[in-house]
Design a protein around this ligand. Structure first.
Ligand code: NAD
Length: 450
């Protein structure tokens, strides 16, 4: 048995045995066996089943949210949103089975038409930071496309995924169509990569493991989507609404205790307003409510594990801390929101993904310098631009090498719009209207009429 530990109390809350390799193979074989019948379900019936799955998840929002508060230390407000996101993503992609249109292409001597054929078994590998939404972004469009899914939650946060697997069965999704397989990355995750009956891997996690997954998939020419790390820039120009930019900046990086691939963990501020911005940021950071995540008022909970807290803390050993918020003492892996001012762009804390509530603030000189600094990173996942000049905001948006940007806002992830990274932040796109097609192969068929 492997104990699941609550990051809020440090106490065990459940035992989830890791799945042994032979059992993983048997479950993949079962998902493969379930594929022909699932792809043959008529589009309208598959849509109805997914809508029903969405409704059943909707009936269990509070239960799922409470599980996530206990297992991942998410604030109850966030956790309710996350469970609601699974419900909404399922409802959204329930529209896809009836809209997987092919094309009719003009050719000489006949008719050519295209079909979207489902790939088969899809392996979804999920990290611990957003166990519910990231699972849903993979499994909902895959099921809609007619694929069957095996899903591996992260070792430390398996509880909500296991419950979603049970709710799928309750909703009438047939046995073997959606299977949650808890266990180790090196066993379950690797088997998704190496098993010949898994046709595609959807991996969300660190860039290092993503690289291994991609190399493993290459050995079989296996389809792969990678959603990896980030070190995103929040760019604040002197002409911006500085009060608003400063008031929201903490939520752009400290949400989920900074354990967010889209965290705006670098704030770049035009030099002429740097001091004023820092003056506004300090009370905003002090105002972040870090407390028991079960409280409705909580805005930030603890870090996921003691080991992760140690890693996060190591980043502020040799850098100037400008100011910090507060956090509870006692049990749990607490870490206060922390604002640092690196001495150089080469500082480790400025370049690496810390994945905790630490934000680096640096000044820039002009528009070109802002774009240069934002792009001076291995990553390219997210980011924000604050300016009242819409032309500049658009120019900078086009100049920043990043997949998901927001102007005068720190929110850029919506299930209606495509999501994914540039550079070492990933490969391929999730979400948006085209996501189900990524779980299909396009086939063209020519019919001679002459
Ligand atoms: P991780 O790479 O350690 O683990 C992610 C998942 O991969 C886990 O389920 C793990 O068990 C599994 N895994 C580990 N080794 C494996 C292997 N050899 N083969 C197959 N699977 C294996 O990442 P993490 O620490 O759980 O998550 C944090 C990272 O995820 C951060 O870098 C963060 O930026 C990234 N992330 C990216 C996105 C995105 O959408 N771009 C979203 C959330 C998190």
């Amino acid at each position: 048995m492997t104990a699941v530990i609550s990051p809020v109390t440090g106490a065990p809350i459940a035992d989830v045995p890791p799945t042994p390799a032979e059992e993983v193979d048997a479950l993949i074989a079962r998902a493969h066996a379930a594929f022909p019948a699932w792809r043959a379900v008529s589009p309208g019936d598959r849509a109805r089943l997914l809508r029903h799955f969405s409704r059943v998840v909707g009936d269990h929002i509070e239960e799922l949210a409470q599980l996530e508060v206990a297992n991942a230390g998410h604030t109850i407000g966030n956790a309710r949103w996350e469970a609601g996101n699974v419900r909404d993503v399922l409802a959204y992609y329930a529209g896809a089975p009836e809209r997987l249109f092919g094309r009719q292409i003009p050719v000489a001597g006949g008719v050519d038409m295209t079909f979207h054929e489902p790939i088969g078994v899809v392996g979804v590998i999920v990290p611990w930071n957003f166990p519910m939404p990231i699972a849903g972004w993979g499994f909902a469009p895959a099921l809609a496309a007619g694929c069957t899914v095996v899903l591996k939650p992260a070792e430390v946060t398996p509880l909500t995924a296991i419950r979603l697997g049970e709710l799928a069965l309750e909703a009438g999704i047939p046995e073997g169509v959606f299977t949650v397989i808890p266990g180790k990355g090196s066993v379950v995750g690797e088997r998704f990569v190496t098993h010949p009956l898994v046709g595609k891997v959807v991996f969300t996690g660190s860039t290092e493991v993503g690289q291994q997954v991609m190399a493993g998939c290459a050995a079989q020419i296996k389809r792969v989507t990678l959603e990896l790390g980030g070190k995103s820039a929040n760019i604040v120009f002197a002409d911006a609404d500085l009060e608003r930019a400063a008031a929201t900046a903490p939520y752009g990086v400290f949400d989920n205790a900074g354990q967010d691939c889209c965290a705006r963990s670098r704030i770049l501020v035009e030099r002429s307003v740097f001091d004023r911005f820092m003056g506004l940021l300090e009370p905003a950071v002090a105002g972040v409510r870090v407390e028991d995540p079960a409280l409705d008022s909580a805005e930030m909970g603890p870090l996921i594990t003691a080991a992760h807290r140690q890693t996060v803390a190591s980043y502020i050993d040799d850098v100037q801390v400008a100011f910090r918020g507060s956090c509870p003492d006692g049990p749990g892996w607490w870490f206060p929101p922390t604002v640092i001012v690196p001495s150089a762009e080469s500082d480790r804390a400025y370049r690496e993904e810390i994945f905790g509530p630490v934000v680096a603030v640096m000044p820039f000189e002009d528009e070109a310098d802002a774009i240069r600094m934002a792009n001076d990173s291995d990553f390219g996942l997210s980011g924000s631009i604050w300016s009242r000049d819409i032309g500049r905001a658009l120019r900078v948006s086009r100049g920043v090498e990043s997949g998901n940007l927001s102007v005068n806002s720190h929110s850029s992830v919506r299930y209606w719009t495509p999501f994914g990274g540039f550079k070492r932040s990933g490969l391929g796109r999730e979400l948006g209207p085209d996501a189900p097609e990524a779980f299909t192969e396009t086939k063209n068929v020519f019919i001679a009429t002459d």
